[in-house]
Design a protein around this ligand. Sequence first.
Ligand code: R5P
Length: 303
Amino acid sequence: MSARLNDSCLLIGFPDYREAAQRLARAAGIPYADALIHHFPDGETRLQLPESLPEYVVLCRTLDHPNSRLVELVLAAATARDLGVKHITLVAPYLCYMRQDKAFHPGEAVSQRIVGTLLSQWIDALITVDSHLHRVHQLKDAVPVDPAINLSATTVMSAFLGEQLDNPFLVGPDEESEQWVAAIARDSDFDYCVARKQRFGDQQVRVSLPKADYRNRHIVLVDDVASTGHTLEAAMLALAYFQPASISVLVTHALFVGDAQERLHRAGVSNIWSTDAIPHSSNALHLDHLLADALDGCRKSSM
Ligand code: R5P
């Protein structure tokens, strides 16, 4: 990265994602500053940016706990514009509201399109990781900015798994996970298969496994996101019947709400691994270099 690019750019992070944002700034060779956040007793936020900003700013904020963080992101982007910033790249390793990509019932908000449009009003470019794109295939169709880059953690995951387990057998818990499971398996020549999931509600999930020889294998369940953990738990319970040597879990986005992790431990999970797209005790894989490479390309094309 040339000195000119470094000097004319600043990466701004938020307290709840500071460590990963600072790692990214170091990997990308960009100076770092905090957005100062104060939460008032009534739930509102006061946000303050450095008063002197370069024309090119990277906002690094992952978007779990989306409702309050989206508002704070808009406060930050609007303030940056007021301070003269010409170009804002958002690095949001976890991009919220991507699963509601249609109205499943009459009158339902199509949150993906609504939140995507909101973001596009404030940012110029977007970098995210393993965004949940199902019926809408291109990130730019969900968040209309250019570029809208949807990276995948699969290369980082396959290198990681190769160091952890001897000849693992990857299982995707539902059809949508096939893209990630297949990519990791292809990279490292691992066996894989994909199960079928039926969801009856937030907490009710049934997973049916395809016929395969799971016995005595080191199984790794791979998914983009673990939210309530019911998808992974149902897959684990189905797999346990076949007496594998171990069952581990590897996800990009570790939401793990409520007692999700405890339930997986009760079901006998050997390892729970995740990337640092969302800060969590299971984080074992860093995405800084993956994100820094994308950011580098993105900045060179827009400066
Ligand atoms: C949905 O298709 C996703 O890929 C995940 O499988 C899902 O979001 C996991 O949700 P939960 O952990 O609540 O079962």
